[in-house]
Write a protein that binds this ligand. Structure first.
Ligand SMILES: [Zn+2]
Ligand SMILES: [Zn+2]
Ligand SMILES: [Zn+2]
Length: 241
């Protein structure tokens, strides 16, 4: 499985317009973050935030399938431009579809409902299993476990309001988790500190933070602060499993 991090910011991109904090003025290109999404094997898009089109142009890839964790704006507003690709499959829960249709009544995709635990085929031996995670009272949110033909696994959980309870979150080769806040809980997001502290329970081969929030720190600072075995994702990062 080839994992490409297309974007790694929380709900708003970094740098923030007009902000002169160290994170926003950092010369390190890894501190320029667009909304969180992944591209798997150059053809499966995971979450489609408002930056999706620019991110795909930059990656030089045309998605054949889309999978969504939930229907918050930072994960779905990019569907508008992707609808011009011609009714490609869109995998999401029934509740997510309902939320999407409030913004996109036409929703020009072949919608396929995710059922927790039930594998959905994404072609070429890649499959996804969704599992519920705590994040929002009103928006059902899934973590996603991807398994490729060779048995390599990725657990993607960009928005976590609590440590994931599902066994599908554990024992992945790579777990990519919520980095919205460093030590202070904010609504719907537990701190990186807490997730890193529970890394043993997740038992991931590699733990990576994405959905990086404003004022969490520069990439270099965060990488240094995190314990061994945990790292920070950045836009353009590629991992081959
Ligand atoms: Zn989000
Ligand atoms: Zn700033
Ligand atoms: Zn969210």
């Amino acid at each position: 499985m080839l994992i490409e991090v297309l974007g790694s910011s929380a709900g708003w991109p970094i740098p923030r317009l007009g902000c002169d904090c160290p994170q926003c003025t950092s010369p390190d290109p890894r501190d320029r973050r667009l909304r969180s999404s992944l591209l798997l094997d150059r053809r499966v898009l995971v979450d489609a935030g408002p930056d999706a089109y620019a991110q795909l142009l930059r990656a030089g890839a045309v998605p054949e399938q889309v999978v969504l964790t939930h229907d918050h704006h930072d994960h779905m507003l990019g569907l508008h431009v992707l609808s011009k690709l011609g009714r490609i499959p869109l995998h999401c829960t029934k509740e997510c579809e309902k939320g999407l249709r409030m913004i996109f009544p036409r929703l020009d995709f072949r919608v396929m409902h995710l059922t927790p635990g039930v594998p959905a085929e994404l072609g070429e031996g890649l499959r996804v299993q969704a599992f519920d995670v705590d994040h929002s009272q009103t928006t059902r949110t899934m973590g996603l476990r991807f398994t490729d033909a060779g048995g390599h696994t990725l657990a993607y959980m960009p928005d976590l309001g609590a440590l994931p309870g599902s066994k599908l979150a554990r024992d992945a080769d790579v777990a990519i988790v919520d980095g919205s806040t460093r030590t202070r809980p904010v609504r719907g997001h537990i701190p990186m500190e807490e997730i890193a502290g529970a890394a043993k329970r997740l038992r991931a081969g590699r733990l990576l933070f994405t959905h990086i929030g404003h004022r969490t720190g520069t990439h270099a600072e965060l990488s240094e602060w995190l314990p061994a075995g945990a790292d920070v994702a950045y836009d353009g990062l590629q991992i081959e499993l």
